[in-house]
Design a protein around this ligand. Structure first.
Ligand code: PGA
Length: 257
Protein backbone atom coordinates (compact mmCIF):
# COMPACT_ATOMS: atom_id res chain seq x y z
CA UNK A 1 0.00 0.00 0.00
CA UNK A 2 1.52 3.39 -0.86
CA UNK A 3 2.21 5.50 2.17
CA UNK A 4 1.19 9.10 2.56
CA UNK A 5 3.67 10.22 5.17
CA UNK A 6 5.83 13.25 4.37
CA UNK A 7 9.58 12.81 3.93
CA UNK A 8 11.72 14.44 6.59
CA UNK A 9 15.42 15.30 6.24
CA UNK A 10 17.21 16.80 9.24
CA UNK A 11 20.84 17.81 9.47
CA UNK A 12 22.70 17.10 12.69
CA UNK A 13 25.70 19.39 12.65
CA UNK A 14 27.11 17.94 15.87
CA UNK A 15 29.94 20.15 17.22
CA UNK A 16 30.79 21.62 13.85
CA UNK A 17 30.44 25.05 12.33
CA UNK A 18 31.56 28.61 12.92
CA UNK A 19 29.60 31.78 12.36
CA UNK A 20 30.98 32.67 8.91
CA UNK A 21 30.77 29.15 7.45
CA UNK A 22 27.32 28.62 8.92
CA UNK A 23 26.01 31.69 7.14
CA UNK A 24 27.03 30.28 3.76
CA UNK A 25 25.58 26.86 4.59
CA UNK A 26 22.29 28.12 6.03
CA UNK A 27 21.65 30.51 3.16
CA UNK A 28 22.34 27.81 0.58
CA UNK A 29 20.07 25.32 2.34
CA UNK A 30 17.29 27.88 2.67
CA UNK A 31 17.54 28.68 -1.01
CA UNK A 32 17.77 25.07 -2.19
CA UNK A 33 14.90 23.93 -0.01
CA UNK A 34 12.57 26.40 -1.69
CA UNK A 35 12.45 24.19 -4.80
CA UNK A 36 11.65 20.91 -3.05
CA UNK A 37 8.26 19.22 -3.33
CA UNK A 38 5.85 20.38 -0.65
CA UNK A 39 5.81 17.18 1.33
CA UNK A 40 9.52 17.24 2.08
CA UNK A 41 10.28 18.75 5.47
CA UNK A 42 13.83 20.03 5.97
CA UNK A 43 15.48 20.87 9.28
CA UNK A 44 18.88 21.56 10.80
CA UNK A 45 19.96 20.93 14.38
CA UNK A 46 22.78 23.31 15.24
CA UNK A 47 25.04 23.88 18.27
CA UNK A 48 23.23 26.04 20.88
CA UNK A 49 25.21 29.26 20.22
CA UNK A 50 24.05 29.24 16.60
CA UNK A 51 20.31 28.98 17.22
CA UNK A 52 20.01 32.76 16.89
CA UNK A 53 21.88 32.67 13.61
CA UNK A 54 19.65 29.87 12.32
CA UNK A 55 16.61 31.91 13.33
CA UNK A 56 17.91 35.01 11.56
CA UNK A 57 18.80 33.21 8.34
CA UNK A 58 16.02 30.63 8.14
CA UNK A 59 13.01 32.53 9.46
CA UNK A 60 11.76 33.37 5.99
CA UNK A 61 12.49 29.92 4.57
CA UNK A 62 10.75 26.57 4.81
CA UNK A 63 13.69 25.10 6.75
CA UNK A 64 13.07 24.53 10.44
CA UNK A 65 15.82 24.43 13.06
CA UNK A 66 16.55 23.06 16.46
CA UNK A 67 18.98 21.84 19.10
CA UNK A 68 20.91 18.60 19.46
CA UNK A 69 20.07 18.02 23.11
CA UNK A 70 18.28 19.69 26.02
CA UNK A 71 18.45 19.46 29.78
CA UNK A 72 16.20 17.07 31.68
CA UNK A 73 15.30 20.10 33.86
CA UNK A 74 13.18 23.11 33.02
CA UNK A 75 15.29 25.66 34.90
CA UNK A 76 17.52 25.97 37.94
CA UNK A 77 21.06 25.53 39.22
CA UNK A 78 22.35 23.26 36.46
CA UNK A 79 25.53 24.92 35.27
CA UNK A 80 26.20 24.50 31.60
CA UNK A 81 22.80 23.05 30.74
CA UNK A 82 20.27 24.47 28.31
CA UNK A 83 16.54 24.04 28.91
CA UNK A 84 14.02 23.29 26.18
CA UNK A 85 12.09 26.58 26.69
CA UNK A 86 15.35 28.49 26.02
CA UNK A 87 15.61 26.75 22.68
CA UNK A 88 12.01 27.77 21.96
CA UNK A 89 13.01 31.41 22.55
CA UNK A 90 15.04 31.18 19.35
CA UNK A 91 12.16 30.03 17.22
CA UNK A 92 13.31 26.42 17.14
CA UNK A 93 10.91 23.59 16.56
CA UNK A 94 13.16 20.52 16.93
CA UNK A 95 15.41 18.94 19.52
CA UNK A 96 17.36 15.72 19.12
CA UNK A 97 17.31 13.54 22.23
CA UNK A 98 19.22 10.35 23.00
CA UNK A 99 21.78 10.56 20.22
CA UNK A 100 24.23 7.68 20.69
CA UNK A 101 27.04 10.20 21.24
CA UNK A 102 25.07 11.53 24.24
CA UNK A 103 24.26 8.04 25.48
CA UNK A 104 27.88 6.86 25.12
CA UNK A 105 30.01 9.88 25.99
CA UNK A 106 27.69 11.41 28.58
CA UNK A 107 26.24 8.27 30.09
CA UNK A 108 22.65 9.11 29.21
CA UNK A 109 20.39 6.28 30.33
CA UNK A 110 17.18 5.18 28.62
CA UNK A 111 15.35 6.72 31.56
CA UNK A 112 17.09 10.11 31.18
CA UNK A 113 16.37 10.16 27.44
CA UNK A 114 12.71 9.52 28.22
CA UNK A 115 12.62 12.45 30.67
CA UNK A 116 14.32 14.74 28.14
CA UNK A 117 11.73 13.73 25.58
CA UNK A 118 9.02 14.85 28.01
CA UNK A 119 10.74 18.21 28.56
CA UNK A 120 10.99 18.73 24.81
CA UNK A 121 7.30 17.96 24.29
CA UNK A 122 6.25 20.18 27.20
CA UNK A 123 8.12 23.06 25.59
CA UNK A 124 6.18 22.53 22.37
CA UNK A 125 9.14 21.22 20.38
CA UNK A 126 9.30 18.06 18.28
CA UNK A 127 11.74 15.56 19.78
CA UNK A 128 13.83 13.44 17.42
CA UNK A 129 14.42 10.40 19.58
CA UNK A 130 17.49 8.43 18.47
CA UNK A 131 17.87 4.70 18.97
CA UNK A 132 20.51 2.30 17.71
CA UNK A 133 22.65 -0.72 18.43
CA UNK A 134 26.41 -1.32 18.48
CA UNK A 135 28.05 -3.75 16.08
CA UNK A 136 28.56 -6.23 18.93
CA UNK A 137 24.86 -6.09 19.77
CA UNK A 138 23.91 -6.59 16.12
CA UNK A 139 26.31 -9.52 15.76
CA UNK A 140 24.82 -11.06 18.90
CA UNK A 141 21.32 -10.81 17.39
CA UNK A 142 20.25 -8.20 19.96
CA UNK A 143 19.25 -5.34 17.65
CA UNK A 144 15.50 -5.57 18.18
CA UNK A 145 15.86 -5.96 21.90
CA UNK A 146 18.20 -2.95 22.18
CA UNK A 147 16.24 -0.52 20.03
CA UNK A 148 12.95 -1.84 21.45
CA UNK A 149 14.12 -1.14 25.00
CA UNK A 150 15.29 2.35 24.02
CA UNK A 151 12.01 3.24 22.31
CA UNK A 152 9.76 1.58 24.90
CA UNK A 153 11.36 3.60 27.72
CA UNK A 154 10.29 6.78 25.93
CA UNK A 155 6.84 5.59 24.89
CA UNK A 156 6.10 4.38 28.43
CA UNK A 157 6.25 7.98 29.65
CA UNK A 158 4.04 9.40 26.90
CA UNK A 159 0.31 9.45 26.36
CA UNK A 160 -0.85 8.40 22.88
CA UNK A 161 -1.52 12.13 22.21
CA UNK A 162 2.11 12.90 23.05
CA UNK A 163 3.47 9.88 21.20
CA UNK A 164 2.07 11.08 17.87
CA UNK A 165 4.18 14.24 18.23
CA UNK A 166 7.58 12.54 18.26
CA UNK A 167 9.99 11.64 15.48
CA UNK A 168 12.18 8.55 15.84
CA UNK A 169 15.60 8.14 14.24
CA UNK A 170 17.14 4.69 13.89
CA UNK A 171 20.90 5.19 13.88
CA UNK A 172 22.99 2.03 14.06
CA UNK A 173 26.12 3.11 15.93
CA UNK A 174 28.36 1.14 13.58
CA UNK A 175 27.09 3.21 10.65
CA UNK A 176 27.51 6.66 12.19
CA UNK A 177 30.36 8.63 10.68
CA UNK A 178 31.94 5.47 9.28
CA UNK A 179 30.94 5.85 5.63
CA UNK A 180 29.31 2.41 6.00
CA UNK A 181 25.58 2.87 5.89
CA UNK A 182 23.23 0.06 6.84
CA UNK A 183 21.82 -1.52 3.70
CA UNK A 184 18.32 -0.45 2.86
CA UNK A 185 17.14 -3.96 3.78
CA UNK A 186 18.86 -3.88 7.17
CA UNK A 187 17.42 -0.47 7.92
CA UNK A 188 13.91 -1.36 6.69
CA UNK A 189 13.90 -4.45 8.89
CA UNK A 190 14.56 -2.41 12.02
CA UNK A 191 12.18 0.34 10.93
CA UNK A 192 9.40 -2.21 10.45
CA UNK A 193 10.05 -3.46 13.97
CA UNK A 194 9.97 0.08 15.39
CA UNK A 195 6.82 0.82 13.39
CA UNK A 196 5.16 -2.12 15.12
CA UNK A 197 5.95 -0.59 18.51
CA UNK A 198 4.54 2.77 17.40
CA UNK A 199 1.39 1.17 16.01
CA UNK A 200 0.85 -0.56 19.35
CA UNK A 201 1.09 2.86 21.03
CA UNK A 202 -1.49 4.34 18.66
CA UNK A 203 1.13 6.41 16.81
CA UNK A 204 1.50 4.59 13.47
CA UNK A 205 2.45 7.67 11.45
CA UNK A 206 5.36 8.90 13.54
CA UNK A 207 8.14 9.74 11.06
CA UNK A 208 10.89 7.10 11.25
CA UNK A 209 14.21 8.48 10.05
CA UNK A 210 17.32 6.51 9.24
CA UNK A 211 20.70 7.93 10.23
CA UNK A 212 24.23 6.66 9.69
CA UNK A 213 26.37 7.58 6.68
CA UNK A 214 23.47 8.79 4.54
CA UNK A 215 24.90 10.46 1.45
CA UNK A 216 23.62 11.53 -1.96
CA UNK A 217 24.53 8.13 -3.41
CA UNK A 218 22.48 6.00 -1.00
CA UNK A 219 19.71 8.34 0.12
CA UNK A 220 17.09 7.52 -2.49
CA UNK A 221 17.41 3.77 -2.07
CA UNK A 222 17.03 4.13 1.70
CA UNK A 223 14.12 6.57 1.46
CA UNK A 224 12.25 4.22 -0.90
CA UNK A 225 11.82 1.65 1.83
CA UNK A 226 8.24 1.50 3.07
CA UNK A 227 9.05 2.38 6.70
CA UNK A 228 11.86 4.88 6.11
CA UNK A 229 10.40 8.38 6.14
CA UNK A 230 13.63 10.29 5.71
CA UNK A 231 17.01 10.77 7.28
CA UNK A 232 19.02 12.28 10.11
CA UNK A 233 22.17 13.45 8.39
CA UNK A 234 25.50 14.06 10.12
CA UNK A 235 28.61 14.61 8.02
CA UNK A 236 26.78 15.22 4.75
CA UNK A 237 24.68 18.00 6.33
CA UNK A 238 27.81 20.17 6.57
CA UNK A 239 28.17 20.34 2.79
CA UNK A 240 25.22 22.12 1.30
CA UNK A 241 25.46 20.38 -2.06
CA UNK A 242 25.36 16.98 -0.44
CA UNK A 243 22.64 17.94 2.01
CA UNK A 244 20.45 19.38 -0.72
CA UNK A 245 21.08 16.35 -2.93
CA UNK A 246 19.79 14.18 -0.07
CA UNK A 247 16.75 16.46 0.28
CA UNK A 248 16.18 16.12 -3.46
CA UNK A 249 16.35 12.33 -3.17
CA UNK A 250 13.60 12.60 -0.55
CA UNK A 251 11.68 14.79 -2.96
CA UNK A 252 12.07 12.31 -5.81
CA UNK A 253 10.72 9.53 -3.60
CA UNK A 254 7.89 11.63 -2.22
CA UNK A 255 6.45 12.38 -5.65
CA UNK A 256 6.45 8.75 -6.75
CA UNK A 257 5.05 7.14 -3.60
P1 PGA B 1 26.58 10.58 9.90
O1 PGA B 1 25.92 10.90 11.34
O2 PGA B 1 25.57 10.94 8.85
O3 PGA B 1 27.82 11.43 9.86
O4 PGA B 1 26.89 9.11 9.90
C1 PGA B 1 24.56 10.70 11.58
C2 PGA B 1 24.22 11.08 13.00
O5 PGA B 1 25.03 10.80 13.90
O6 PGA B 1 23.16 11.68 13.26
Amino acid sequence: MPKQRAKVVVGNWKMHGRLADNAVLLKAVAQGAADLPENVLVGVCVPFPYLAQAQALLADSRVVWGAQDVSAHTEGAYTGEVAAPMVVDYGASLAIVGHSERRNYHGESVELVAVKTQRVLEAGLTPIVCVGETLEQRDAGETSQVVGTQLDAVLAKLSPQEAVRIVVAYEPIWAIGTGESATSQQAQEVHAFLRGRLVAKGAPDVPLLYGGSVKPENAEELFRQPDIDGGLIGGASLKYKDFLAICEAAGAVSVTQ
